[in-house]
Design a protein around this ligand. Structure first.
Ligand code: CTP
Length: 253
């Protein structure tokens, strides 16, 4: 019979866990729009929290883990709030592309860890991402480059008012990212807001689903979760059906 812990993966039975292709979802939206919370809600509704990687079928990765390490000169600029962290080139886009390709190929991969307080990658710290059935990739510019954008099976855009976003960003940066009010507001006016309008907002048109108000929008999140569940159970059926005759013939041997 089919075990309860079976993998939903397309090739899960044939190639083992390493070979499966996950359903890849991109989640974009402006800063502090609630992208991470939307991802968290999706994972909660799918019953994914508090499970370890051997059971977990949904994982979430942040584009922020892929910030480029800064040169000493850039670091000085960043400390003065004069570095543009909202420009597409601030990210290591080659590594993003390679990582998403690895994920799609069902390969285990390692994600760098980033520290906003020091504006730098944390040395010797990586997070291992194991093959999963659904992978969420969230960030302000995940739909900017066509070669990255084209990898997603589903694209979500979290559309939250800019004043709401600013009202969330100010206390977050002060409390969690070690900045002062002047720094946060200057960075917002000089870089965050113009870059949002130039690079992030124009990518809204590529989204399959636009989520107004973000994580408060339980109707939208429920619809998306239902779509993911349908996908998982269809996949399950694809794997299970050809398996039965094989296991039956095994028994007769
Ligand atoms: N950023 C920063 N300093 C750094 C690196 C990034 O201030 N050293 C800021 C950038 O200005 C960018 C933001 O981090 O605007 C990107 O993170 P954001 O999307 O705001 O965070 P999430 O938690 O992913 O978003 P959400 O609140 O939507 O979940």
């Amino acid at each position: 019979g089919t075990s309860r812990k079976m993998s939903f993966g397309f090739n899960g039975k044939m190639n083992g866990v390493e070979g499966k292709t996950p359903f890849l979802i991109g989640v974009s939206g402006g800063t502090a729009s609630g992208k991470s919370t939307v991802c968290k809600r999706i994972m909660e509704k799918l019953g994914q929290v508090d499970k370890d990687h051997t059971e977990r079928q949904v994982v979430c990765i942040s584009q922020d883990s892929f910030y480029r390490d800064l040169t000493p000169a850039e670091k000085l600029k960043a400390e003065k709030g004069q570095y543009n962290f909202d420009h597409p080139d601030a990210f290591n886009n080659d590594l993003i592309l390679q990582t998403l390709r690895d994920i799609l190929a069902g390969r285990k991969c390692e994600i760098p860890a980033y520290d906003y307080r020091t504006n730098s990658l944390i040395k010797d710290k990586v997070t291992t991402i194991y093959p999963a059935d659904v992978v969420l990739f969230e960030g302000i510019l995940v739909f900017y480059f066509p070669n990255i954008r084209d990898l997603f099976h589903m694209k979500l855009f979290v559309d939250t008012d800019s004043d709401t976003r600013l009202a969330r960003r100010v206390p977050r940066d002060i409390n969690e990212r070690g900045r002062d009010l002047d720094y946060v507001l200057n960075q917002y006016m000089n870089f965050v807001k113009p870059a949002f309008e130039e690079f992030c907002l124009p990518t809204k048109k590529f989204a399959d689903v636009i989520i107004p108000r973000g994580a408060d929008n339980t109707v939208a999140i429920d619809l998306i979760v239902q779509h993911i569940r349908d996908f998982l159970s269809n996949r399950c059926r694809v794997v299970v059906e050809p398996e039965s005759p094989i296991s039956r013939s095994d028994e007769t041997l």
